[in-house]
Design a protein around this ligand. Sequence first.
Ligand SMILES: [Zn+2]
Length: 561
Amino acid sequence: MAQEVYLMRVTRLKNVRIVDGIHASSKPTDLYLVGPSLARQLPPETRIDATYDLEDHIAMAGGIDIHTHIGGGKVNLARLMWPERSTKEANEKPWLGPLSAPVPGTWETGQRYLQMGYTTCFEPAMLPANARQSHMEMRDTPWLDTGGYVVLGNDRMLLNMIALGAGQEAINDYVAWMVASSAAMAIKVVNAGGIDAFKFNQRQLNVDEVHPALPVRPRDILWSLSTAAEELGLAHPLHVHCSNLGTPGNIASTLATLDAVEGRRIHLTHAQYHCYGSDGPHGFSSEASKLADRVNRTNHISIDVGQILFGQTITLSADTMHQFANRKFASPRKVIFQDLECQAGCGLLPFRYKESQFVHGLQWSIGLELFLRIQDPTRVFLTTDHPNGGPFTGYPHLIRLLMDYDFRMSIFDRLHPDVRSVSTLPSLKREYRLDEIASITRLGPARALGLQNRGNLNPGSISDVAIYRNDDNPETMFSSPTMVFRCGELVLRDGLILGDCQKTVLISDFQTRQDALRWGARPEHSARWQKLYGYSPWLTALRTDEFAEEGLRVEHAHWHR
Ligand SMILES: [Zn+2]
């Protein structure tokens, strides 16, 4: 160790308060960045290259976004639909202004995440056929380490296997191939079976409803995929976008989805859109307490919220079925729909969330209810499902909503009067503490993704560190870290970017990774794929050494049982 320390840059962060959701002490201490790792103590003779006295500052690990759309086909369609405006010239501090477009280009995405202290982001909807393109865009997004979840559950290969009773072992082999050949961190399922059912003109598919052309129910798909994730030992559990997105009364199918995995690990994404009732004057009500109760009573469920924030955005989803249902709400009025490679679909429409609108106001309060009702901050994660609920640049504002009851109520008081009469939000007086903010933005996502060396400031963890100056206004504090370090290098100071950094792609390891790529080499599999999709499975398969050839580091994440 001592030998290595001499070769690496050593930075001392002096008198800083560590806030990572693990270390409880509020006393200032010293933290060392030794090349790519953190240390709490060093031998006395160690050469220190730089010291920063950080009295009145806190240190957090680099932020982790577990679900943000930053690479792939839909993201590019959104850029085409709403090209960038030029707003920067007029703005003295461009990192505090609005994004140049609801879905900005790669450079702006990386820059704006870094300027909030975020260093790791995951694209949650990578189609197998588009995996190479998604990874290329993420590689082109500077300052962020990235990974992607491969979308399964509407792919004809899997649906046919379940319909024909191929058995779990064969499904595991197929899923292993899909994860390995897409260089994925996890499996994502979007409206299990529903996207494919939409291609048969169906407008809804409940968890126990049979697909119109195949003897398969969403429940069977959820069971098979969650079992595959568990038996293969993937780092992250099945990442689920439930059936009936945005539909009044969908709490029933959300709870049925949780039942379908029979106690296996599961992550529900943008859960805000999936806990609605159908009561009240508008036939739309909050059932956030039912989902929060389920999370609180069990320990195998995590969620990210998908909070909505008022303003203009674009919604984009592989869930063609429900995007089609929302087409009449497009604002401005334009839409794009696609069916993709017999593997999924996609729909995009611009959307404006308004304080004066009953449904939008209630959605806003439902998201906050989830944050405030779920007790364990390492199992509820801060997301807006960027760009669907609003841009990721709204995170500091969202943090203030969670930490400041009076601020929350000052916005609540401006909502539609019927929201104010039905919502229970005013009774939830909880205010998040800083260590809980660290948990929902760092520690929790890292644990859910099997990344033990990220999301915390333990000795040996990666030296991605964000320094924030204490401020009574958390929005000011979290929108302008005074320093951000990536792998031990100071890359941002007072909003200004100082340099580039090495990037890492994160991929799930699993027990049969060595054998996974053999699946596509078997003639019977290759022939079936060719017949269904019209091309060889090897046409789109990625090799992990391709990343190294492009200068990326590859890190494998593990499930810590
Ligand atoms: Zn999403």
